[in-house]
Design a protein around this ligand. Sequence first.
Ligand code: HEM
Length: 208
Amino acid sequence: MKEKTGAFSFAARVLHWLMAAMILAMLFIGVAMVASVSALHEWLLHIHKPLGIAILILAIVRFAIRLRRPPPPLPEDLPMIQQLAAHASHWVLYGLMIAMPLIGWAMLSAGGFPVMLSESLRLPPIVPVNPIAFAVLRQLHTYLAFLLFITFLAHMAAALYHGLIRRDGVLASMVSGKRAPTFSYPAIGTSEADRHRSKQKQAVRIGK
Ligand code: HEM
Protein backbone atom coordinates (compact mmCIF):
# COMPACT_ATOMS: atom_id res chain seq x y z
CA MET A 1 0.00 0.00 0.00
CA LYS A 2 1.27 3.55 -0.82
CA GLU A 3 2.11 5.76 2.16
CA LYS A 4 1.91 9.50 1.54
CA THR A 5 4.09 11.20 4.15
CA GLY A 6 5.79 13.78 1.93
CA ALA A 7 9.25 12.90 3.27
CA PHE A 8 12.03 10.46 2.36
CA SER A 9 12.23 7.43 4.64
CA PHE A 10 15.48 6.62 6.45
CA ALA A 11 15.95 3.56 4.20
CA ALA A 12 15.47 5.67 1.04
CA ARG A 13 18.07 8.20 2.24
CA VAL A 14 20.64 5.56 3.23
CA LEU A 15 20.20 3.80 -0.11
CA HIS A 16 20.46 7.09 -2.00
CA TRP A 17 23.85 8.10 -0.53
CA LEU A 18 25.26 4.56 -0.45
CA MET A 19 24.36 3.99 -4.10
CA ALA A 20 25.69 7.40 -5.16
CA ALA A 21 29.11 6.39 -3.77
CA MET A 22 28.90 2.89 -5.30
CA ILE A 23 27.91 4.17 -8.76
CA LEU A 24 30.60 6.83 -8.82
CA ALA A 25 33.16 4.20 -7.76
CA MET A 26 31.89 1.85 -10.51
CA LEU A 27 32.31 4.50 -13.22
CA PHE A 28 35.91 5.20 -12.18
CA ILE A 29 36.71 1.49 -11.67
CA GLY A 30 35.29 0.76 -15.15
CA VAL A 31 37.42 3.42 -16.84
CA ALA A 32 40.58 2.42 -14.88
CA MET A 33 39.88 -1.23 -15.72
CA VAL A 34 39.73 -0.77 -19.50
CA ALA A 35 42.78 1.50 -19.37
CA SER A 36 44.96 -1.09 -17.60
CA VAL A 37 46.49 -4.30 -18.95
CA SER A 38 48.43 -5.69 -15.98
CA ALA A 39 47.25 -7.63 -12.93
CA LEU A 40 45.47 -4.40 -11.97
CA HIS A 41 42.93 -5.11 -14.75
CA GLU A 42 42.04 -8.50 -13.20
CA TRP A 43 41.89 -7.02 -9.71
CA LEU A 44 39.55 -4.20 -10.80
CA LEU A 45 37.35 -6.64 -12.73
CA HIS A 46 37.02 -8.74 -9.56
CA ILE A 47 35.63 -5.68 -7.78
CA HIS A 48 33.57 -4.44 -10.74
CA LYS A 49 31.38 -7.53 -11.17
CA PRO A 50 30.15 -8.11 -7.58
CA LEU A 51 29.80 -4.36 -6.96
CA GLY A 52 27.71 -4.07 -10.14
CA ILE A 53 25.44 -6.95 -9.08
CA ALA A 54 25.10 -5.37 -5.59
CA ILE A 55 23.97 -2.14 -7.33
CA LEU A 56 21.37 -4.14 -9.28
CA ILE A 57 19.94 -5.70 -6.08
CA LEU A 58 19.92 -2.38 -4.18
CA ALA A 59 18.33 -0.57 -7.17
CA ILE A 60 15.45 -3.09 -7.17
CA VAL A 61 14.98 -2.68 -3.39
CA ARG A 62 15.09 1.10 -3.79
CA PHE A 63 12.58 1.07 -6.62
CA ALA A 64 10.21 -1.04 -4.49
CA ILE A 65 10.56 1.46 -1.60
CA ARG A 66 9.84 4.33 -4.00
CA LEU A 67 6.68 2.67 -5.32
CA ARG A 68 5.48 2.10 -1.76
CA ARG A 69 6.36 5.57 -0.52
CA PRO A 70 6.49 8.26 -3.24
CA PRO A 71 9.08 11.05 -2.80
CA PRO A 72 8.03 14.47 -1.42
CA PRO A 73 6.63 16.80 -4.12
CA LEU A 74 8.92 19.40 -5.68
CA PRO A 75 8.29 23.06 -4.72
CA GLU A 76 5.18 24.32 -6.50
CA ASP A 77 6.96 27.45 -7.72
CA LEU A 78 9.68 25.43 -9.50
CA PRO A 79 9.35 26.19 -13.25
CA MET A 80 7.55 23.43 -15.16
CA ILE A 81 10.59 22.77 -17.38
CA GLN A 82 12.74 22.14 -14.28
CA GLN A 83 10.08 19.86 -12.79
CA LEU A 84 9.99 17.87 -16.02
CA ALA A 85 13.80 17.71 -16.20
CA ALA A 86 13.95 16.53 -12.57
CA HIS A 87 11.39 13.75 -13.10
CA ALA A 88 12.97 12.68 -16.42
CA SER A 89 16.48 12.54 -14.93
CA HIS A 90 15.24 10.47 -11.95
CA TRP A 91 13.68 7.91 -14.29
CA VAL A 92 16.84 7.84 -16.43
CA LEU A 93 18.91 7.20 -13.28
CA TYR A 94 16.59 4.39 -12.14
CA GLY A 95 16.64 2.87 -15.64
CA LEU A 96 20.45 2.97 -15.84
CA MET A 97 20.96 1.65 -12.29
CA ILE A 98 19.07 -1.45 -13.38
CA ALA A 99 20.13 -1.62 -17.06
CA MET A 100 23.90 -1.16 -16.59
CA PRO A 101 24.47 -4.23 -14.38
CA LEU A 102 22.09 -6.34 -16.50
CA ILE A 103 23.95 -5.32 -19.68
CA GLY A 104 27.32 -6.12 -18.03
CA TRP A 105 26.02 -9.55 -16.99
CA ALA A 106 24.41 -10.21 -20.41
CA MET A 107 27.56 -9.07 -22.23
CA LEU A 108 29.77 -11.55 -20.35
CA SER A 109 27.16 -14.29 -20.89
CA ALA A 110 27.07 -13.55 -24.65
CA GLY A 111 30.88 -13.67 -24.75
CA GLY A 112 30.86 -17.07 -23.04
CA PHE A 113 32.73 -15.69 -19.99
CA PRO A 114 31.84 -16.94 -16.52
CA VAL A 115 30.33 -14.28 -14.23
CA MET A 116 32.13 -15.04 -10.98
CA LEU A 117 31.13 -13.01 -7.91
CA SER A 118 33.74 -14.78 -5.75
CA GLU A 119 36.04 -17.81 -6.04
CA SER A 120 33.06 -20.17 -5.79
CA LEU A 121 29.94 -18.11 -6.55
CA ARG A 122 29.12 -18.18 -10.25
CA LEU A 123 26.03 -16.52 -11.75
CA PRO A 124 24.21 -18.38 -14.53
CA PRO A 125 24.36 -16.91 -18.08
CA ILE A 126 21.32 -14.76 -18.94
CA VAL A 127 21.75 -14.82 -22.73
CA PRO A 128 23.13 -17.54 -25.06
CA VAL A 129 26.70 -17.28 -26.36
CA ASN A 130 26.71 -15.04 -29.43
CA PRO A 131 29.74 -12.99 -30.56
CA ILE A 132 27.61 -10.34 -32.31
CA ALA A 133 25.44 -9.84 -29.23
CA PHE A 134 28.66 -9.60 -27.17
CA ALA A 135 30.02 -6.83 -29.43
CA VAL A 136 26.73 -4.89 -29.36
CA LEU A 137 26.35 -5.18 -25.57
CA ARG A 138 30.01 -4.22 -25.02
CA GLN A 139 29.44 -0.98 -26.97
CA LEU A 140 26.13 -0.35 -25.20
CA HIS A 141 27.83 -0.76 -21.79
CA THR A 142 30.29 2.02 -22.76
CA TYR A 143 27.69 4.43 -24.22
CA LEU A 144 25.30 4.00 -21.30
CA ALA A 145 28.21 4.53 -18.86
CA PHE A 146 28.72 7.94 -20.52
CA LEU A 147 24.99 8.70 -20.25
CA LEU A 148 25.04 7.63 -16.58
CA PHE A 149 28.02 9.88 -15.86
CA ILE A 150 26.39 12.90 -17.57
CA THR A 151 23.05 12.34 -15.80
CA PHE A 152 24.89 11.89 -12.49
CA LEU A 153 26.68 15.25 -12.99
CA ALA A 154 23.43 17.02 -13.97
CA HIS A 155 21.73 15.53 -10.88
CA MET A 156 24.55 16.79 -8.63
CA ALA A 157 24.41 20.25 -10.21
CA ALA A 158 20.63 20.39 -9.66
CA ALA A 159 21.04 19.30 -6.01
CA LEU A 160 23.56 22.11 -5.43
CA TYR A 161 21.26 24.61 -7.17
CA HIS A 162 18.42 23.63 -4.79
CA GLY A 163 20.68 23.60 -1.74
CA LEU A 164 22.77 26.73 -2.32
CA ILE A 165 20.80 29.02 -4.65
CA ARG A 166 17.08 28.29 -4.25
CA ARG A 167 17.43 27.01 -0.67
CA ASP A 168 14.02 25.40 -1.02
CA GLY A 169 14.51 22.36 1.25
CA VAL A 170 14.80 19.84 -1.61
CA LEU A 171 18.44 18.94 -0.84
CA ALA A 172 17.77 19.01 2.92
CA SER A 173 14.91 16.52 2.47
CA MET A 174 17.41 13.95 1.16
CA VAL A 175 20.10 14.84 3.73
CA SER A 176 18.09 15.04 6.95
CA GLY A 177 14.73 13.58 5.95
CA LYS A 178 12.89 16.80 6.81
CA ARG A 179 9.76 17.37 4.81
CA ALA A 180 10.50 19.88 2.02
CA PRO A 181 8.19 22.95 1.95
CA THR A 182 6.07 23.14 -1.21
CA PHE A 183 7.00 26.83 -1.65
CA SER A 184 10.58 28.13 -1.71
CA TYR A 185 12.26 30.74 0.42
CA PRO A 186 13.66 33.70 -1.54
CA ALA A 187 17.22 32.99 -2.68
CA ILE A 188 20.17 35.20 -1.75
CA GLY A 189 20.22 38.31 -3.95
CA THR A 190 16.46 38.47 -4.64
CA SER A 191 14.92 41.93 -4.58
CA GLU A 192 12.86 43.34 -1.70
CA ALA A 193 9.73 43.14 -3.91
CA ASP A 194 10.33 39.43 -4.57
CA ARG A 195 10.89 38.80 -0.87
CA HIS A 196 7.61 40.58 -0.08
CA ARG A 197 5.70 38.58 -2.72
CA SER A 198 7.15 35.34 -1.36
CA LYS A 199 6.15 36.24 2.22
CA GLN A 200 2.61 37.06 1.05
CA LYS A 201 2.38 33.74 -0.80
CA GLN A 202 3.63 31.91 2.30
CA ALA A 203 1.11 33.71 4.53
CA VAL A 204 -1.75 32.76 2.20
CA ARG A 205 -0.61 29.12 2.28
CA ILE A 206 -0.51 28.89 6.06
CA GLY A 207 -3.78 30.78 6.28
CA LYS A 208 -2.62 33.99 8.06
C1 HEM B 1 26.00 0.21 -12.24
C2 HEM B 1 26.68 -0.79 -12.76
C3 HEM B 1 27.85 -0.66 -13.69
C4 HEM B 1 28.53 0.46 -14.11
C5 HEM B 1 28.27 1.92 -13.75
C6 HEM B 1 29.58 0.00 -14.99
C7 HEM B 1 30.49 0.84 -15.63
C8 HEM B 1 31.48 0.41 -16.49
C9 HEM B 1 32.39 1.28 -17.18
C10 HEM B 1 32.45 2.81 -17.05
C11 HEM B 1 33.18 0.50 -17.96
C12 HEM B 1 34.26 0.98 -18.92
C13 HEM B 1 33.61 1.17 -20.26
C14 HEM B 1 34.56 1.50 -21.39
O1 HEM B 1 35.39 2.39 -21.23
O2 HEM B 1 34.44 0.88 -22.42
C15 HEM B 1 32.79 -0.87 -17.76
C16 HEM B 1 33.36 -1.98 -18.39
C17 HEM B 1 33.03 -3.28 -18.12
N1 HEM B 1 32.04 -3.73 -17.26
FE1 HEM B 1 30.78 -2.57 -16.19
N2 HEM B 1 29.53 -1.37 -15.09
C18 HEM B 1 28.49 -1.82 -14.32
C19 HEM B 1 28.11 -3.12 -14.10
C20 HEM B 1 28.76 -4.24 -14.60
C21 HEM B 1 28.42 -5.61 -14.29
C22 HEM B 1 27.32 -6.07 -13.33
C23 HEM B 1 29.28 -6.39 -14.98
C24 HEM B 1 29.39 -7.89 -15.05
C25 HEM B 1 28.75 -8.73 -14.29
C26 HEM B 1 30.17 -5.52 -15.73
C27 HEM B 1 31.19 -5.94 -16.56
C28 HEM B 1 32.05 -5.11 -17.26
C29 HEM B 1 33.09 -5.59 -18.15
C30 HEM B 1 33.44 -7.04 -18.44
C31 HEM B 1 33.70 -4.45 -18.69
C32 HEM B 1 34.83 -4.41 -19.72
C33 HEM B 1 36.15 -4.74 -19.10
C34 HEM B 1 37.24 -4.70 -20.15
O3 HEM B 1 36.96 -4.58 -21.33
O4 HEM B 1 38.37 -4.79 -19.72
N3 HEM B 1 29.82 -4.22 -15.47
N4 HEM B 1 31.75 -0.91 -16.87
